[in-house]
Ligand binder design. Structure first.
Ligand code: SAH
Length: 195
């Protein structure tokens, strides 16, 4: 019974506040073991991929993949998170407005292989960011408000190339015991969202 979580909404302001308060238990300094485990599935023998990190926070896996020669694009509403990513990895970056999205900024490593959009993911489209060969979705679908899941999934489907790999991490628990996020997204719902 996931009914208990259906109506829950975490606002953008609340996410910004979590970052300000350092209330970011979701951030993993060592990176995620499941990306290491399934890296071959993501890459499928290919090099120089464009990899998307929805709701990226300051995920260290962005640095891993960039160091392997891939091009990384992330989106995150918290500017603090984006700046902490670059400073914690001692990466010089530049910052520019995104003409298509009012108020949005794009932060790009000087080397050019990591571009982080600071805006809501719902403002993005493939005409702005292009299409991706791979997606690392950890703390993203499960952080999306349940009422927005369909919109999120449709957008993600639009942002990927035909021959792409999408790694999705979900969490399994009794949704009556925790309000989330991370929200519980049952397998059956993933099937109906992504087909
Ligand atoms: N994927 C990251 C962060 C997970 S927490 C990791 O693995 O560590 C979810 C993140 O999504 C938070 O940093 C929050 O600020 C951001 N976020 C929430 N709603 C968003 C939205 N609509 N658009 C972009 N980022 C959002």
């Amino acid at each position: 019974d996931v009914g208990s979580q259906k109506e829950r909404v975490v606002t953008e302001e609340e996410w910004l506040q979590k970052w300000e308060m350092g209330n970011i238990g979701f951030h993993k300094e060592e990176g995620h073991p499941l990306l290491q485990k399934y890296l071959d599935v993501l890459l499928n023998g290919r090099s120089g991929l464009r990899i998307f990190f929805p709701l990226c926070g300051k995920a260290v896996e962005m640095k891993w993949l960039a160091d392997m020669g891939h091009s990384v694009v992330g989106v995150e509403i918290s500017e603090q998170a984006v700046k902490e990513f670059f400073s914690e990895h001692s990466l010089p970056y530049c910052e520019e407005p995104v003409p298509e999205i009012s108020g949005a900024k794009m932060f790009q490593s000087t080397s050019g292989n990591i571009s982080l959009y600071c805006c809501s993911i719902y403002d993005l489209s493939s005409s702005i960011v292009g299409k991706f060969d791979g997606v690392w979705d950890r703390g993203a679908l499960v952080a999306v408000n349940p009422r927005d899941r369909q919109r999120y999934a449709s957008l993600m489907i639009n942002l990927v190339e035909k021959n792409s790999s999408y790694l999705l991490v979900t969490v399994s628990y009794d949704p009556n015991k925790h309000k989330g996020p991370p929200f519980y997204v049952p397998e059956s719902e993933i099937q109906s969202l992504f087909g």
